[in-house]
Ligand binder design. Structure first.
Ligand code: NAP
Length: 403
């Protein structure tokens, strides 16, 4: 009988050898990529641990298809499963544009307070990329997941609520906004910033990475994005003073970083979009507020070949959901065509989170081998000379063969 992941008193998860992991295959191409990925995960675990470890996958429902079948976007049973088992994997979920529909992704993040969206971005050699040196990119973005303009506090133009806020703004600032103005609020807090930056610095320590860069628009938005910068530096100094050093302090030492110290830098967001293209080797871990972090994540993913190969995770204290970062690509539903790479690499991240690094490495090795052999799905094949295009499921089998 399989076991349950539990949390110790110190907040760390205790991972049994036979954990139950809920999986939401998702909408659109989700079931296809899950069917291709499950055998890869199981083969990696079997090969890494010779039968001493095994995952019991627990399929649970959520999303638009679930809503059409049951009238609920996230049924109670699915909520209970994630609450009980703590670590889950998910495919893409569709978010129809329209009134009254809450994004299931956003809902899950909020319900489990998954405050960090973590996206490691590095290049799998051989994957076509639009830049000259994609291997120079090796960054991990920690994007704040609960605050900022994405907190969902906004009012449509012409509503009584918008009129009240417009009146309040006039009273507080003297600024006149027209009655045809929609309003959105941008909350960024000390607590929300510090818990994100804390996780980012801890990650840099655990993975022996050289720097953490706070990316912000504090030059314009002094108190929100500027607060993110200030609280980020405070967190580094107050909680990690013995292992961190600021770039300014490094300058005073003639540019030499003392052994074992992680450099805390900060960059203005627009400049950072240039830096990731022009000087990617100078950056390692990035900590960012929600909205700009969203843009940066996709821009960086594009540099290494696009969302088809970009893994993602949403992590809080004691809960984590690992997910494919692309959408449901509805036109490819049930065609067994799409690239399962994003879900596979997200699963590898999940293994790492569980401390199953050997299984994570085998998944990555299998993908690298299949790509090097040019046995790939359509999206990669159309950009590679001499590639053999295979179906989603066949790509999964090729990955198993290359482990
Ligand atoms: P999308 O589903 O990501 O697909 C856009 C295009 O990206 C596809 O047509 C395909 O390009 C390419 N693509 C995406 N995934 C791929 C993969 N695994 N392998 C190869 N190519 C891939 O974006 P969308 O059409 O904007 O969104 C569709 C739905 O997904 C929406 O309802 C949206 O809300 C939802 N969504 C969900 C999530 C999530 O659950 N995390 C994230 C984003 C969007 P080609 O046509 O060139 O082949």
């Amino acid at each position: 009988m399989a076991s349950t992941i539990t949390m110790a008193e110190n907040g760390k998860l205790i991972i049994p050898d036979d954990p139950i992991i809920p999986i939401i295959p998702g909408d659109g191409v989700g079931p296809d990529i899950w069917k291709a990925s499950q055998p890869v995960f199981d083969a990696a675990v079997a090969k890494a641990y010779g039968g001493t470890k095994k995952i019991e996958w627990l399929p649970i429902d959520a999303g638009e298809t679930c809503w059409k079948n049951t009238g609920e976007f996230v049924p109670e049973a699915s909520m209970e499963a994630i609450t009980k088992y703590r670590v889950a994997l998910k495919g893409p979920l569709s978010t129809p544009v329209g009134k009254g529909f809450r994004s299931v992704n956003v809902l899950l993040r909020r319900l489990f307070d998954l405050y960090a969206c973590i996206r490691p971005v590095s290049h799998v050699p051989g994957v076509p990329s639009p830049v000259k040196d994609p291997d120079a990119v090796n960054m991990v973005i920690f994007r704040e997941n609960t605050e900022d303009l994405y907190a969902g506090i906004e009012w449509d133009a012409g509503t009584p609520e918008a009129a009240k806020v417009i009146a309040l703004i006039k009273e507080l600032t003297g600024r006149e906004l027209g009655p045809d103005t929609s309003i959105g609020i941008k909350p960024i807090s000390e607590k929300g910033t510090k818990r994100l930056v804390r996780m980012a610095i801890q990650y840099a320590i655990d993975h022996k990475l050289p720097s953490v860069t706070l990316v912000h628009k504090g030059n314009i938005m002094k108190f929100t994005e500027g607060g993110f910068r200030r609280w980020g530096y405070e967190c580094a100094a107050e909680e990690f003073g013995d292992v961190t050093i600021t770039e300014e302090e490094v300058g005073k030492l003639g540019g030499k970083v003392p052994d074992g110290k992680i450099v805390i830098k900060d960059r203005i967001t627009d400049s950072m979009f240039q830096q990731i293209l022009l000087r990617p080797r100078e950056y390692s871990v990035l900590a960012m507020p929600n909205l700009n972090g969203d843009y940066m994540s996709d821009a960086l993913a594009a540099q290494v070949g696009g969302l088809g190969m970009a893994p993602g995770s949403n992590v809080g204290d004691g809960y984590a959901i690992f997910e494919a970062t692309h959408g449901t690509a509805p036109k490819y539903t049930n065609l067994d065509k799409i690239n399962p790479g994003s879900l596979l690499l997200s699963g590898a991240l999940m293994f790492e989170y569980m401390g199953w690094n050997e299984a994570a490495n085998l998944v990555r090795k299998g993908i690298a081998g299949a790509v090097a052999a040019k046995t790939v799905t359509y999206d990669l094949a159309r950009q590679m000379d001499g590639a053999t295009e295979v179906a989603c499921s066949a790509f999964g089998r090729a990955i198993c063969e290359h482990m």
